[in-house]
Design a protein around this ligand. Structure first.
Ligand SMILES: [Zn+2]
Length: 293
């Protein structure tokens, strides 16, 4: 699934070519895309408007259509925005015909990526406030912010990092890469780190995301650039999807476990497994006789 570096790669490629272009026609090929707004209604709202800019929050892309009207899109598992792609490209769900004969096609084999029209700047803020936490490259993100968010949380750090309402934009790839860089086990309780370790983790999150950005994102399943090319970060993963390969830091074998329902990769030597934290009820002799302690 595209994460912050993948979505930001798309945004940075599309923003300069889309800015100032008028949407002469929007053909919604899959009514589920803009649901519950009907396909014809969605087209009517968007057609004739000029794309003023394309921005990003978390893993969302936001088409600013002027007059405080925004088309908010999410790529989910397999969504791609392709600029001036072949008309025959597969799995098209929406086609934007733009000024000067250009096109923007949204393709999405799994059909999970939604589109929503939001009217008004305040409504847009509310939309994201309800869904997203801090942007990892914003001033508001650092070790102490992370520590505050994690305070008292007993769930795993991996699950904590995947929660978009805490830090926006991190998914399965970058959570694994960041935890490895910070030398923290994914099963550690989110609130259990020493203060300085949150600084390490914040830096590791930024470093992992930046490495992804520098490589144009990662293509594992379907992610493609706006020109149809693939990202290359999958070739630079430190531990993600590297089960059985040597840890780049210590040479120990990278292992795979399941955390928060997701395949999770780590080095068992660099990332020390926390001691068992499940609280087992101590069975005293009195219990065995059936009496309550
Ligand atoms: Zn290692």
């Amino acid at each position: 699934m595209p994460e912050l570096p993948e979505v930001e790669t798309i945004r940075s490629q599309l923003d300069p070519v889309l800015r100032g272009k008028r949407v002469s026609k929007l053909t919604v090929l899959d009514p589920k895309w803009g649901s519950p707004v009907a396909a014809t209604e969605l087209s009517e709202i968007v057609e004739g408007r000029t794309i003023e800019r394309l921005s990003r929050r978390g893993k969302y892309l936001i088409f600013d259509l002027g007059d405080e009207l925004a088309l908010v899109c999410h790529l989910r598992m397999t969504g791609n925005f392709l600029y001036d792609a072949d008309a025959e490209v597969l799995y098209q769900r929406a086609l934007f015909q733009l000024s000067a004969g250009h096109t923007l096609r949204f393709t999405d084999p799994r059909r999970f990526g939604p589109a929503e029209v939001i009217v008004g700047a305040a409504a847009l803020d509310q939309y994201f406030e309800a869904r997203l936490g801090v942007e990892p490259f914003s001033d508001g993100f650092d070790g102490s912010a992370l520590r505050k968010m994690a305070k008292g949380r007993r769930g795993s750090l991996k699950a904590f990092l995947l929660d978009q309402r805490r830090v926006a934009g991190i998914g399965n790839i970058y959570a694994d890469e960041a935890l490895f860089r910070a030398e923290v086990h994914p099963l550690r309780e989110a609130g259990s780190l020493q203060a300085a370790k949150y600084d390490d983790l914040a830096a590791a999150i930024r470093d992992a995301l930046q490495a992804g950005l520098d490589a144009g994102g990662a293509t594992i399943d379907d992610f493609r650039h706006a020109d149809g090319l693939y990202g290359s970060f999958q070739d630079e993963f430190l531990v993600h999807r590297r089960e059985g390969e040597p840890c780049p830091r210590c040479g120990f074998e990278v292992s795979k476990i399941v955390v928060a329902g997701r395949g999770t990769y780590l080095c068992g030597r660099c990332q020390k497994r926390p001691r068992a934290t499940t609280r087992r009820r101590v069975v005293r002799p009195a219990d065995r006789s059936g009496r309550r302690p």
